[in-house]
Design a protein around this ligand. Structure first.
Ligand SMILES: CC(C)(COP(=O)(O)OP(=O)(O)OC[C@H]1O[C@@H](n2cnc3c(N)ncnc32)[C@H](O)[C@@H]1OP(=O)(O)O)[C@@H](O)C(=O)NCCC(=O)NCCS
Length: 167
């Protein structure tokens, strides 16, 4: 699942699934997320040490991926829903504040799109707060169409068949 560098020239960019040996690494990253004011717009699950253990040791179809820049964990992405029996996975993404604005989000999104396709998905779903303009712009640029509203959030869908989404 590792990926060759593709965003920042001269820097090594990798994406891989977490494993049991990543519990402490992920717990430290989740600690950073929990302290980040931006996490009020990203709360797919608690960002606790317990959640880090559950996710690092997760064995199901759902995917929890780390993005590593020069060996440092800087991004977190997930595709969830398969374990519960849904055909269409829900995507979530978080980048460390120190690496935002460098194109890494697009690279991680495109990796998640490829993973979804390889796992048989025809579509991806996500939810985003309407005022999270960076995320909304990112998703629109990748081809997501906003199809519904749920309170303060929009529901976006990406059709992996009809448009590439970076595939
Ligand atoms: C959402 C997130 C992953 C985006 O990553 P990023 O590196 O900050 O994104 P970028 O800087 O590449 O910006 C994405 C797009 O928004 C645009 N943008 C940046 N700031 C913007 C603003 N204030 N208003 C509108 N658009 C903006 C960028 O120009 C870029 O568009 P482009 O690709 O057409 O140039 C990252 O900000 C993050 O992790 N935020 C906290 C967690 C979160 O909100 N996750 C999403 C939950 S749905």
């Amino acid at each position: 699942m590792a990926e060759a560098p593709e965003a920042s020239s001269g820097q090594d960019l990798q994406v891989r699934r977490f494993g049991a040996s990543d519990v402490e690494l992920l717990a430290a990253f989740f600690g950073e997320v929990a302290q980040d004011p931006a996490s009020d717009r990203f709360h797919p699950h608690p960002f606790t040490a317990e959640a880090a253990r559950r996710i690092a040791e997760h064995q199901g179809r759902d995917l929890y991926l780390g993005q590593f820049l020069d060996g440092q964990l800087v991004g977190y992405g997930m595709l969830r829903g398969w374990d519960e029996g849904y055909e269409t996975p829900s995507l979530g993404i978080y980048l460390s504040a120190r690496v935002r604005g460098q194109g890494l989000a697009k690279a991680l999104m495109e990796h998640l799109h490829r993973q979804a396709r390889q796992n048989g998905a025809d579509r991806i779903r996500l939810k985003v707060y309407k005022d999270n303009l960076r995320a909304v712009t990112l998703y629109q640029g990748l081809g997501y169409v906003f199809v519904a509203e749920e309170g303060e959030q929009s529901v976006g869908l990406l059709d992996l068949i009809s448009q590439g989404g970076g595939l």
